[in-house]
Design a protein around this ligand. Structure first.
Ligand code: FAD
Ligand code: MG
Length: 312
């Protein structure tokens, strides 16, 4: 029965905490979401040698690998987008992500020569897709695909389909950096959702403001969590495909509000790379997206089409 009570379930997957909020006690729906995420983690993880993605990577320079339609289609989509934005969003950046390994126990500042070597492997045109055979081939040994900047957005949209199949109208899905609200917020009079924007300087859950919105996706690309400091220098996980180093610009975090979470993922990364001034213009020019930027000096900048309230 639909109620004004919320039922929150949490579990750890994909290096983060997943949180599912429903307004009905439907453990079988939560279980179906859990099973779905377990399955796709096994297909798309860059941290599991058995995953389909890692089969492609391990066979780089060796042979094409046949993959499932799901994996093929997401990689095809990501390759097309990477070709258009290869200096920012580029899924061939895997060798550098693995080299720095920010957020993992072996994170470190690599030697410049190592970075230069791996940069040569970041070649989006060396990813060969065979639509008929559903195979993917990386032409040079050492090449690696990384879907960390896009996969969770795709999963979130697919969970939306799953909720529709179960006839669930109202829900919040939080995949850690990707939040999607569905239907209406039964707990408040105006039925709108309040989405908190993480304060990148504070621990997880401390917010710097709120956006009020009808059902939408909110995707954050940020460097407030996956980072480390060495000798007074700050390093993080968003790597420039041009330099091989963590991107240096004026942004700490950007949150994109959009209908599709996949679109939000793509926009959050390219807006991050564009910086707060150009990035804001880029999102402002889109009819179906809005953004909140937080700069390295702590300034908050939002697009005009957003109901944002800062917490002072
Ligand atoms: P986003 O800003 O959306 O993306 C940043 C991520 O994209 C980086 O972490 C990197 O993976 C990649 N990237 C970096 N630079 C670029 C670039 N220029 N272009 C394109 N992509 C880039 N984390 C763990 O700690 N342990 C795990 O076991 C684990 N398993 C995962 C399994 C799956 C299937 C997925 C999707 C993620 C997993 N993660 C895991 C998290 C992953 O390592 C990334 O850190 C995470 O996806 C980053 O998401 P984000 O929303 O914070 O950042
Ligand atoms: Mg992203």
């Amino acid at each position: 029965m639909i109620s004004n009570k919320k039922y929150v379930s949490q579990f750890a997957l994909m290096g983060t905490i997943i949180s599912i909020t429903l307004f009905e006690n439907r453990p079988q729906v939560v279980f179906a979401i859990f099973r779905y995420l377990q399955r796709v983690e096994h297909q798309f993880s860059a941290n599991n040698q058995q995953s389909e993605l890692m089969q492609i990577n391990q066979n780089a320079g060796h042979q094409p690998v046949m993959v499932s339609a799901t994996v093929f289609n997401l990689i095809k989509y990501a390759v097309r987008f990477s070709r258009q934005h290869s200096n920012s969003f580029n899924i061939a950046v895997g060798p550098l992500v693995k080299l720095w390994h920010v957020g993992f126990a072996d994170q470190h500042v690599p030697k410049d020569i190592e970075i230069k070597k791996r940069l040569q492997l970041v070649d989006i045109n060396a990813i060969k897709l065979n639509e008929t055979k559903k195979t993917i081939y990386l032409e040079y040994p050492g090449m690696e695909l990384d879907l960390g900047a896009i996969a969770k957005g795709y999963f979130a949209d697919q969970i939306g389909e799953l909720l529709r199949d179960f006839k669930i109208k109202d829900a919040i899905i939080d995949l850690g950096g990707n939040v999607v609200t569905f239907g209406i917020n039964r707990l408040v009079d105006n039925k709108l959702w309040q989405i908190g924007i993480q304060d990148p300087q504070q621990s997880r859950g401390v917010i710097l403001g709120r956006v009020q919105s009808s059902a939408c996706s909110a995707v954050t690309s940020g460097i407030g969590e996956r980072n480390f400091n060495i000798n007074g220098r700050f390093y993080h996980h968003i790597i420039s495909p041009q330099t091989g180093y963590p991107l240096e610009n004026d942004v700490t975090q950007v949150t994109i509000f959009s209908k599709s979470s996949l679109q939000g993922e793509l926009l959050s990364t390219i807006a991050f790379f564009a910086g707060s001034v150009e990035g804001l213009q880029l999102i402002e020019a889109k009819k179906d997206a809005a953004a909140v930027f937080v700069t390295r000096t702590g300034e908050i900048k939002t697009t005009n089409n957003l109901d944002f309230e800062a917490i002072v």
